[in-house]
Design a protein around this ligand. Sequence first.
Ligand SMILES: *Cc1c(COP(=O)(O)O)cnc(C)c1O
Length: 236
Amino acid sequence: MPEIEQRIAENLSSVRERMARAAECAGRESSSARLIAVTKYVGVRETAALLAAGCSTLGESRPQQLWEKAEQTELASASWHLIGHLQRNKVRRTLPKVDLIHSVDSLRLLKTINEICGELGEPKRVLLEVNCSGEAEKHGLTSESLKPLLAELANFEHVEVCGLMTMAAREGGEATAAQNFASLREIRDQSLKECPPGALLPELSMGMSHDFEVAIREGATLVRVGSLLFEGVRDG
Ligand SMILES: *Cc1c(COP(=O)(O)O)cnc(C)c1O
């Protein structure tokens, strides 16, 4: 196997082992936290190497890059997740290409997604992004702005809100990340009271290369890992 492909396969199995160990330490089933491999740093070859190594759930943070990769025949077996900010004028082009949008950060965006899903006749699963760190440069709803949105969920018949997503604070290390992740879980538990009956919000998308184990300890069901998978592969 060429070096790059080999290295990516090794990185992937190391991340999977660490995920399984973190789940075990937390007393969870190892299948209860799933990996979203974030491919924003790399091109088609490295992305194809992930698929070949058995990881088919991939994430991109920029809609344009997601569109480009999703159109590659080598990557046709991938399931794409959008994990970054989505502008409303990009919804129509993005929807047919994604299985899950992690980053719905406003009521207006949710309304647009619902409308276009209705037109396309294709329902879509989404997560609501919550800003748990309070950092001004981050996207995401505050816990206050989440409430009125949840109360309206029953009106969105073409989108299924199936959980919440967050990013930990840049500074503050593991302890702060753990706090941010615990608040997302608590906000989810609180949110269930505001939701229409029957809503479950089972998914918590949290944790990246430097904090995915902490996230699994705090209940992550989806971790979004990029850098670690491409160690020794991309320059710089
Ligand atoms: C880039 C990115 C990731 C992956 O980050 P790494 O630290 O490279 O693992 C996860 N989530 C979001 C929203 C991102 O933009």
